[in-house]
Write a protein that binds this ligand. Sequence first.
Ligand SMILES: [Zn+2]
Length: 471
Amino acid sequence: MIKTPLFLLVIGLTFILIMPRNSETKEPSKTSLEVGFAKGDATPKVGINPIYIAGFGHNRKAEGVSDPILIRVMVLKNEGKKYAFICADLIGLFKDQVDEIRKELKDFENVMFSCTHSHEGPDTLGLWGQTPFQSGINPDYMLSLVKITVNTVRDAAKNLTPCETEIAAVSIPELLYDGRPPIVKMDELLTLRFNKEKTKTALGIVLFWHCHPETLGSINKKLSSDFVGYTVNEIKKQTQAEAIVFTGAVGGLMTSLKVPIKNQQGENLNDGTFEKTERYGQLLANASLNSLKKAKAVNLTPIVVRKKEILLPVDNPIYRLAKQLGVFKREIFDWDLQLNKHPSLNQREEKHPSVKTEVSIIRLGELGIGCIPGEIYPELLLGKVAKTPEKEADYQNASTEPDWFQKWNMPYKTVVGLANDEIGYILPKKQWDEKPPYAYGSKSAPYGEINSLGPDTAFLIANAFNELLSK
Ligand SMILES: [Zn+2]
């Protein structure tokens, strides 16, 4: 009578002890992943209507093409849902235009459109026309961009193949120049490698790097993707795989200019030359491929996307003028006075003009990607905003923006900048320095503020990320 229940109890206990271990080793959250890559040619035709090159000064008309302006796409498929990751060799695109692209891709769970921020491609924001009062945009080109992007996403989806994934990270501060004080760089190059299932054949390699592609400088008159094209070509040459370079935290200003680069003979290469641009691109490719020699297997499923639309007040008088003149073409909203009530924000009058933007997080299994709608200063992500503002800074009592990125508990994380919008620079309010005297002994106002919506942009964006992460 007693022996039977004891026997059952022993079996039951053994079962209970073994079961959780088994389910742990199975990694229940991991599901199958497919990946597809494609690229589309978005090089504008030079010689019919003027094509103004974006970045640097006005009236830089393209006189030819050095290398194609491409739209590079990765599509991921997990649990029947498709996700598009787009990166264009362009200066940036406003959210209004990104939404036009998304309208054509409604069968996708998420479409993330970003730009490399090439300063050698066509003007797609309007800021670099013949004069400051004229848009540099070619409307026909903008229409063609939507079509080319949508077709390239469809092509990538046709290439979907079951895959395995690896990840590698390396710090390469020597390939990044920070053109302002305080010197804070986000110098970690993160690389994902997608291999054909059960093989080591690479289907695609994805880089996340934090540098302005502007090595060719302001003298160049030929359309180019700058170093990005050379990086992608070098990776293709060495691995036969397609590559994409996503641009991350480039505010501050993170640049390839002034980075000392030597040729094979040990001679210094000058900014503004194709030789330096090519060599920089190759060095970035080599850094990525070398890091992959120690790559670790990474689980990129399940995929979770969270996004939030927010209003940002347009305080910058140049931006307001540009909108009035029709140089900027995007919808303007009234600032929400309810939002003004936050003690960290400056007070604004009713009907203060605002733009609508979007922040999002994409969680690919063990990798978190923060999608930032502009050019963020790295110190905002690295928790390196100085506690006390410089004594010349405009807001001595400003509070530090919420530190969402450092708090984000993920095995791997990075950011994509110029994601789904380009609102300009996003900088800490404690560093805002528009009024003289200027910090660090400077005789003129720093560059970032002139290209930013205003001093509260960073707070509103960080706050939105915090909300997305607390859900
Ligand atoms: Zn920039």
